[in-house]
Design a protein around this ligand. Structure first.
Ligand SMILES: [Zn+2]
Length: 151
């Protein structure tokens, strides 16, 4: 690991908290997907204190990772990536689609199904998309918007 990545942190303005480089290999916030800026450890700690970092944030990150693990299962993440050919790294694409799945769940057109207790049966964990047209449409729009921005 380089000197910079062990001594610096990444700061997310919307979430008002810091992440280590290991938490965000692409430099995007693992919670909201916003590109983050680098800052020294001390500055990140001070900013965190000022923003009174929420203890629940770690739960949110884990919850989001679980959502990501569910929708990318069985090679589906790579499958979408191959078909859409987005102008971004796979990691960033995964993060963007995870945002979309979370938003869909918030808005009610996607259901994230998690069993009452951890189970060995992977099929108990699933993402049910009630409006597939909308999902495909939004995924397409996200990829196109990114393409335009890059040009
Ligand atoms: Zn954030």
């Amino acid at each position: 690991m380089s000197d910079a990545s062990t001594k610096s942190y990444l700061w997310c303005d919307p979430c008002r908290r810091s992440f280590s480089h290991a938490d965000a290999p692409e430099g995007d916030c693992p919670v909201c997907g916003t590109p983050m800026r680098e800052m020294g450890k001390m500055a990140a700690v001070l900013r965190g204190l000022m923003a009174t970092e929420l203890v629940a944030s770690d739960l949110r990150i884990k919850h989001r990772s679980l959502v990501r693990m569910i929708w990318t299962r069985n090679g589906l993440g790579e499958g979408y990536y191959r078909v859409l050919e987005p102008d971004m790294t796979y990691g960033r694409f995964e993060s963007r689609v995870t945002d979309l799945v979370c938003r869909g769940a918030e808005e009610g057109w996607i259901t994230i199904q998690i069993p009452a207790a951890p189970t060995l049966d992977d099929d108990d964990y699933k993402i049910v998309i009630h409006d597939e047209d909308r999902f495909i449409d939004e995924m397409h729009r996200m990829v196109e918007a990114n393409r335009k921005k890059r040009k």
